[in-house]
Each structure stands twice: as C-alpha cells, then as structure tokens.
Design a protein around this ligand. Structure first.
Ligand SMILES: NC(=O)c1ccc[n+]([C@@H]2O[C@H](COP(=O)([O-])OP(=O)(O)OC[C@H]3O[C@@H](n4cnc5c(N)ncnc54)[C@H](O)[C@@H]3O)[C@@H](O)[C@H]2O)c1
Length: 252
C-alpha cells in the first residue's frame, strides 16, 4: 500500500474533497487525522473511514486559529507518532454572484482569512512536523480560479492565486529537505460547496455544468485520486506544481 506507516492530516475533512481524500488515503494504509469546524460532518467522515481502517481521529479546529492548527498537528504526533503528509482542503467560496465593485469588505475578510491565512498557518506548523518525521509531501487545494480569473468571484480568485504563491514559495524553500509542496486546481466539483452556489441560482447551476469542455462537474473522488498520487512517491519529482484537474477548462 502506498501510505503504509504514514500519517496524513487533512483539513476540511468533514466534507467534499477532504472527505474523499480521507477515504482514498485510508484505502492506501495511512493513519488519518481530519480537522474541520463541522463536528457532525467530521463524525460522518470518521464513520465512513472506519469501514476501511480504525486508524482515524477527528480534531475539531478552525484553520484561522493558530492554537487549533497546533492541536491538529499535535494529534498526528501523539496518536500516530509523526506527520508525513498534509492536505489543506478547508476553504470557502464566498459570493459567486457579485461583481468586484459590489463585493463587501466582510466577504473579502472572511474569504482571505480562511483560504489564505488558514493555509499559511497550516503550512507554518505542518512543515516542521513533517521535517522532523523525515520528510513527506503537502498538497494545498487551490482552484482553476488560482490560474485564471473568476468573473463574479474575484475575491475567491485572489485567495486561490495566493494559495499558489504560498505553495510555490514553500516548494522552493524545502526542495532540499525531502518535502514536496504542490497545489491541485479543480474546476467546479460536485461537493456541498458547489451545491450551495447552484441551489441559489439556475444561471449558476447551468454555468457550473457547462464550464468544463467535458460538460460535467468534476467528482470529489477524481480530485482525491490526484491528491493521493501527488503525495505518493510516484510523483517524487513533482514539486511546486499547480496542477489543473478541470476536464480541459484552462486549456482553452
Ligand atoms: N468544489 C469545487 O468546485 C472546488 C473547486 C476548486 C477548488 N475547490 C477547493 O477545494 C477545497 C475543498 O472544497 P469542497 O468542494 O470539498 O468544499 P466543502 O464545502 O464540501 O468542504 C470544505 C470544508 O472546509 C471546512 N471549513 C470551512 N472553513 C473552515 C475553517 N475556518 N476551518 C476548518 N475547516 C473549515 C468546511 O466545514 C467543509 O467541511 C476548498 O479549498 C475549495 O476552495 C473546490
């Protein structure tokens, strides 16, 4: 198995892509720590993973709080003896139906706090923990909105461009320390994040279905498979990449 004897910390593990990552890593033998602000969703992920492996623990936590992030990393060390892989999936979309000049400061603050400061705080604490466990890999969930603009989602796009900046900088800093840092950039993926946008508007429902040249949403399982592969030794020379998983959306 690809992740036997390895511990994986997944933020945003209560839902969507984070939950599918927990299942994918568990199938490959990893011990899993998930963390999320959603206690009920976390409990549901734990129950699903326990069908595969007993090696899972959920640590309640908000990625914008350094002390919560410290508790997630400490749980990996205390429960499973170290940390080898981190997947930073916690994130929010903010508004997707406002032009830039209509977007308010509260949305800006919340989206940047969770999507950018949250990833930065996680990297700050995950990196030394992974280095002291002998090295490993980190994947940050960015978005195609980190590669190209997102009309009506300008703050989200700004936050995901920032995630790619953090990813590339970390990749360069730790390249000689046996730590690879990459980003995955999905297009619209069938998770609660997208259903919350499409439920509010039929225009958005159509836009999300039609956005990719393949004329369908991505599946969270497809994103998780890419994350798992990027964290494995099969991707041992991939570092600092921002890999689109988008059915060809950014090819055009
Ligand atoms: N679904 C998509 O279309 C899509 C596309 C591109 C990128 N992404 C990115 O992928 C990641 C996962 O998205 P998803 O689709 O699985 O969304 P989701 O809403 O299903 O899951 C996100 C999880 O993050 C958690 N979360 C939110 N704020 C948090 C905080 N402050 N601290 C800890 N946890 C917090 C939520 O409770 C939720 O469980 C996000 O970073 C998102 O921006 C998603």
């Amino acid at each position: 198995m690809l992740f036997d004897q390895k511990t994986v910390l997944i933020t945003g593990g209560a839902s969507g892509i984070g939950r599918q990552c927990a299942l994918a890593f568990a199938r490959e033998g990893a011990a899993i720590v998930i963390s999320d602000v959603d206690a009920a969703g976390s409990a549901a992920t734990v129950a699903l993973v326990q069908n595969i492996s007993p090696q899972i623990v959920a640590v309640p936590g908000d990625v914008t709080r350094a002390e919560d992030v410290a508790a997630m990393v400490a749980a990996a060390r205390e429960r499973f003896g170290g940390l080898h892989v981190a997947v930073n999936s916690a994130g929010i979309s903010g508004t997707f139906d406002h032009k830039l000049h209509e977007t308010d400061e509260a949305t800006y603050a919340r989206v940047m706090d969770i999507n950018v400061k949250g990833v930065w705080l996680c990297l700050k604490q995950q990196i030394p923990a992974i280095l002291s466990s002998g090295g490993g890999a980190i994947v940050n969930l960015a978005s195609v909105a980190g590669l190209v603009g997102a009309p009506y989602g300008s703050i989200y796009a700004a936050s995901k461009h920032a995630v790619i900046g953090l990813t590339k900088s970390a990749a360069l800093e730790y390249a000689r320390s046996n730590l690879r840092v990459n980003a995955v950039c999905p297009s619209y993926t069938d998770t609660p994040m997208v259903s919350s946008i499409t439920a509010a508007s039929t225009v958005m429902a159509q836009r999300t279905q039609q956005a990719s040249p393949m004329k369908r949403l991505g599946l969270p399982e497809e994103i998780a498979a890419t994350v798992l592969w990027l964290c494995s030794d099969q991707a041992s020379f991939i570092n600092g990449a921002a890999l689109a998983v988008d059915g060809g959306l950014t090819a055009g």
